[in-house]
Unconditional design. Structure first.
Length: 424
């Protein structure tokens, strides 16, 4: 039986695995490294976060994004976005060098058993571990507006359903949403010759400012320090002190998790959107139906804040409407396991200070913990705090739960060398 089973091989899962290996834990890691970044984001996109805030985490801080870029003759500069393809390749490089071998099979079910948990892979193999860390990313939590859910996938999709947009060349597409995913998707569509519009319920689009220089006079830094989530003391608190955030009252945490760092486009995508993308603001979908007579499109009825109804016809709707990370969407959990997990008012899981769920031995990471640890959990930047803290929690659970049966928990600092594999 393993000490830890990590389910998921994105930035959070890989970072957790690296720290667990560094602590000497016996572990297995399942998932296709960086799968959502490779398969569920259109080519041509860029990383919105600063390069220095986008590192995966290993105990020694050796396998950083800037190190990967430098080895390929690219400088990871502040204020210059990194191509998505390069970031995904960086994650794969990290997996080869900082993590024990990753099993790329999908885990389809996790259930409790005596002494721990049992995981079943897509081909039926059973693996047992004393603790489990679920780092399943965002894909289980895709959110499509209710008005669109009954339409065919040929007519409606989520922005995360596309790794390329070529099939929309020469067609008419409506993108719903006002955040980065919506605006960058619309820009890419316009640049390839798609007739595209953005439909957003906000009265105006929000754009992030060009970031100030990384090195600034001390008094400017004191007024608005840099952080992994942007400038300003509030962002600094969210980014750099998630442990303190976790101590806030639950209603406060829930409110901040819902409202902080709301929809906004990166400064560098604005010049690509404004010339070629029609923008319809202050409207939201009220009803959607397939066009009659086999016309192959959607009639989308919208309503303004003043109650005025409008309509448009389009060939396809892309809902860039984000994700809703609730416990009931963790479909791989056995019913007994899911039923033993507490939930917050917003439907997300209760997590303790070490990311342990209310079911002992089951740990959670990533977006599903944003209500517990703040907005940083929506970004790669949160992976470092999560990995360090969660692995400490795993070690505590192993000592508390299995130490009486004579299981030895490796001492901190015992390293598992995973660098003998490819460094390319």
């Amino acid at each position: 039986m393993y000490d830890l089973l990590v389910v998921g091989a994105g930035p959070y899962g890989l970072s957790i695995a690296s720290h667990a290996a560094g602590a000497g834990l016996r572990l297995r890691v399942f998932g296709r490294p960086m799968a959502s970044w490779r398969d569920h984001m259109p080519r041509g996109m860029y990383l919105k976060s600063e390069p220095w805030a986008s590192n995966l985490s290993d105990p020694d801080g050796r396998w950083r994004l800037d190190t990967y870029c430098a080895a390929r003759g690219v400088e990871a500069r502040h204020g210059e976005p990194i191509p998505l393809e390069m970031f995904a390749a960086y994650g794969q490089w990290f997996a080869r060098n900082a993590v024990p071998e990753v099993d790329e099979r999908t885990v389809t079910r996790v259930a409790p058993v005596a002494g721990g948990f049992e995981a079943v892979t897509e081909d039926g193999e059973t693996v047992r571990a004393r603790t489990v860390a679920l780092a399943v990313g965002v894909l289980p939590f895709v959110e499509i507006p209710a008005t669109l859910r009954d339409l065919s996938p040929d007519l409606v999709s989520h922005s995360s359903h596309h790794c390329e947009l070529d099939r929309f060349r020469g067609r008419d597409v409506t993108v719903i949403g006002g955040g980065q995913a919506a605006l960058e998707t619309a820009a890419l569509l316009a640049e390839q010759g798609t007739r595209v519009r953005v439909l957003a319920r906000a009265e105006q689009l929000n754009w992030n400012d060009v970031p100030p220089a990384r090195e600034r006079p001390w008094w400017r830094s004191a007024r608005a320090p840099h952080s992994g989530l942007g400038c300003g003391w509030r962002n600094w608190f969210y980014a750099e002190r998630p442990g303190l955030y976790h101590r806030l009252p639950e209603p406060t945490r829930a409110r901040i998790a819902t409202t902080a760092l709301g929809p906004a486009g990166a400064w560098w995508v604005r010049a690509r959107v404004e010339p070629g993308v029609e923008v319809l603001l202050g409207q939201e979908g009220a009803e959607a139906r397939e066009l009659a007579g086999g016309a192959g499109g959607v009639r989308l009825d919208t309503v303004t804040r003043s109650g005025e109804r409008r309509s448009l016809e389009t060939e396809h709707v892309i809902a860039a409407t984000g994700f809703r990370a609730t416990t009931d969407r963790l479909g791989l959990l056995d019913a007994q396991l899911a039923g033993g997990m507490g939930a917050l008012a917003d439907g997300s899981s209760v997590v303790g200070r070490h990311f342990e769920s209310s079911y002992p031995g089951l740990f959670l990471a990533g977006l599903v913990t944003a209500s517990g640890f703040g907005p940083a959990m929506r970004f790669v930047h949160g992976a470092t705090f999560t990995a360090e803290t969660l692995v400490r929690g795993v070690r505590r659970r192993l000592r508390a739960g299995v130490g009486s049966r004579g299981v030895t928990v490796p001492a901190p600092g015992r390293r598992v060398d995973v660098r003998s594999r490819s460094a390319g």
